[in-house]
Design a protein around this ligand. Structure first.
Ligand SMILES: Nc1ncnc2c1ncn2[C@@H]1O[C@H](COP(=O)(O)OP(=O)(O)OP(=O)(O)O)[C@@H](O)[C@H]1O
Length: 607
């Protein structure tokens, strides 16, 4: 189908097809569309075969229906024979039944295919996403990634599930219909074909305008959505500054903007509709006039004229239908391209080909040697510079340093969210690049400053790292984390839902759940980022007790924000601008490190 045909417009076709997230489609995309989808489609060859058979049969029967109409009129009505009218109608009814059944099969199979394939792609994309290196998500906005997972796959679903088969069926009926037109009446067909450009050219021009306006309209609606989204998320700030009136007005302006664009779009669309209807019906009227003249002159039978009108309408609707979905198929091609691009993204953090087995008895437990690392977005400015550090089994190391010194970065490297550009990190004597990621990460647990909870119940949250833990084990971990008592006071105990990121819990409670999760995981190495001032004295005391129980008999690295932690540690390491500037005990560092002394004064309030 050509681009010009794609723009032949009818009422059905002039639809809002623009997706603000999709780039403009190109023909190249369309050709590669099926190729990209083929690995998915080919899994369901039988379904495709069934759908294609139903498609061809229904298309053929709908073409035969034209002959049916002719027979009913000429042999039945025209011959004034009741019995042949009945017989002809019987034939037509059989055709209608075959078509209905065929359509049922085609519709069911094709829609099933669309749903199945988009579900498969959605699964593949998610499977790929959760394994991608974390820096991918820094370079790509989460909203954009989400829209690929939802909008793009939904688009594919509707294209494969309906538009594609619709287009194929229409392409078949148009080709067949054209042949039948020529067979039925050559002269009349030539008249019709001459009239086609008269309808298509104006429709083509205005259709393009409608499409552009549709895109603009959807953009403005998306703006309205994101404006409202931000205000709803920040509603407390809005209310606390009494900015409700301002926000209502500002939102109203956004809505009006969207409405004004929509108004322009509907005006153009209505005009287009009127023009198309006027021109098409004029064309049909002229056709009937020419045909009627021929019938009166005996050059044609009434049945032939009826069949002719039937085919002409079939071709017209077919062309309109194909062009209607052509734009959609182009958009789907764009969506597929973006999905395939995402699936082609290689993760930078991979499992080794021949993983080493862990020798847990090796000391030091953890060793960094000459580690230099810069984030991909800031390659010129290393966040860690030539860091070397040995951490013995069971040792507790407090990390201190000014903001931006690289403390959290160190944790990210230990968990292998990133690989250092220079130097290496050893766990139990093996380079962490030579250990399976799962082995590395099950031996470590990170307790972040901001606890992360899932919007499920307490069971699920504590069990997160060890889904096969028994209820008794979960309860034991909760008790060890001093979380048991407050959990039992929740409305449904361990089955209580925690809301989004645990909104229904206090800061200290959230932390104790996260600590219980870490205790249950029973890691060899603990990475703790101490919560700063978010907790009051009582919760801090409880969280501290939980942490103490977690740290027992484990190698621990703590980003320390409290003097007590530093005093309790075996060794304190002072980081500054990505380098280790001093290490030792609190007392020795106070003497030897001016940075530490200043930090101790500022951060811990005493020295
Ligand atoms: N994802 C990132 N992309 C680029 N640069 C980053 C990223 N995360 C941190 N940085 C930079 O790396 C440096 C070290 O940051 P890091 O978060 O490790 O410091 P920190 O010592 O943990 O600080 P704080 O105590 O404030 O949390 C900083 O200069 C920071 O701006």
């Amino acid at each position: 189908m050509t681009q010009s045909a794609s723009s032949a417009q009818t009422e059905a076709e002039i639809k809002d097809s623009a997706d603000p997230l999709s780039p403009p489609p190109s023909n190249k995309n369309v050709s590669s569309f099926l190729a990209a989808l083929w690995p998915y489609l080919s899994r369901y060859k039988k379904v495709m075969l069934g759908a294609a058979t139903a498609l061809v049969i229904t298309a053929m029967v709908s073409l035969l229906l034209g002959q049916g109409v002719r027979l009913v009129i000429d042999e039945g009505i025209g011959a004034e024979s009741m019995s042949s009218l009945n017989a002809m109608l019987g034939v037509v009814m059989i055709m209608v039944i075959v078509m209905a059944v065929g359509t049922f099969i085609r519709f069911y199979l094709v829609t099933w295919l669309g749903e199945r394939i988009s579900a498969d792609i959605r699964n593949d994309v998610f499977k790929h996403l959760v394994r991608l290196h974390p820096s991918y998500f820094e370079e790509n906005q989460s909203g954009e990634i989400m829209s690929r997972l939802t909008t793009d796959t939904t688009l594919l679903q509707s294209i494969i599930g309906s538009s594609l088969s619709f287009a194929l069926r229409n392409a078949l009926t148009v080709s067949g219909g054209l042949i039948m037109l020529f067979v039925t009446n050559l002269k009349l067909t030539s008249v019709v074909l001459l009239g086609v450009p008269a309808v298509i050219v104006p429709a083509l021009w205005m259709g393009k305008r409608v499409r552009n306006l549709s895109r603009e309209s959807q953009d403005t609606v998306a703006d309205v959505g994101s404006y409202a989204g931000e205000i709803i998320r920040q509603v407390k700030t809005v209310q606390s500054y009494s900015r409700e009136r301002f926000e209502i007005d500002a939102f109203g302006q956004e809505v009006d903007k969207a409405f004004n664009v929509a108004k322009k779009r509907i005006l153009t669309r209505s005009t287009l509709l009127a023009i198309v209807i006027f021109l098409s019906f004029t064309a049909i009227a002229s056709m009937v006039w020419v045909g009627g003249y021929d019938v009166m002159n005996g050059n044609m039978t009434a049945g032939e004229l009826a069949a002719f009108v039937f085919y002409a309408l079939m071709v017209a609707f077919g062309v309109a239908g194909v062009s209607e979905v052509y734009g959609e198929i182009q958009r789907a091609a764009g969506a597929t391209e973006r999905l395939m691009e995402l699936l082609g993204e290689q993760t930078l953090i991979t499992d080794p080909e021949q993983p080493e087995s862990l020798q847990k008895e090796v000391n030091p437990h953890l060793a960094l040697s000459g580690v230099t690392f810069a984030y991909p977005s800031r390659l010129d400015k290393p966040s860690l510079n030539n860091v070397s550090l040995d951490i013995a089994r069971g040792e507790t190391i407090a990390l201190v340093g000014p903001s931006g010194a690289g403390k959290s970065t160190l944790f990210e490297l230990l968990l292998r969210f990133y690989d250092p550009q220079q130097g290496q990190i050893n766990l139990f004597g093996s380079n962490i690049k030579d250990i399976r990621l799962e082995d590395l990460r099950t031996n470590m647990a990170l307790v972040p400053q901001q606890p992360v909870l899932f919007s499920k119940d307490v069971w699920y949250n504590i069990r997160y790292g060890k889904p096969d833990a028994t209820d008794e084990e979960v309860i034991k971990a909760a008790k060890a984390a001093f979380a048991y008592d407050f959990i039992m006071e929740l409305p449904n105990g361990f089955s209580s839902h925690l809301g989004e990121n645990g909104v229904r819990l206090s800061g200290g409670q959230k932390q104790r759940i996260v600590i219980a999760r870490a205790i249950l995981n029973d890691p060899e190495i603990l990475l703790l980022d101490e919560a700063t001032s978010a907790l009051d004295a009582q919760s801090e005391y409880e969280v501290q007790k939980a942490l103490d129980s977690l740290m027992e008999n484990r190698t621990t690295l703590i980003i320390a924000h409290r003097l007590a932690t530093v005093l309790g540690a075996d060794r304190t390491v002072v980081l500054d601008k990505g380098t280790v500037v001093a290490q030792g005990t609190h007392e020795s560092l106070i003497e030897t490190s001016t940075l530490y002394k200043r930090l101790a004064d500022l951060q811990f309030g005493e020295s």
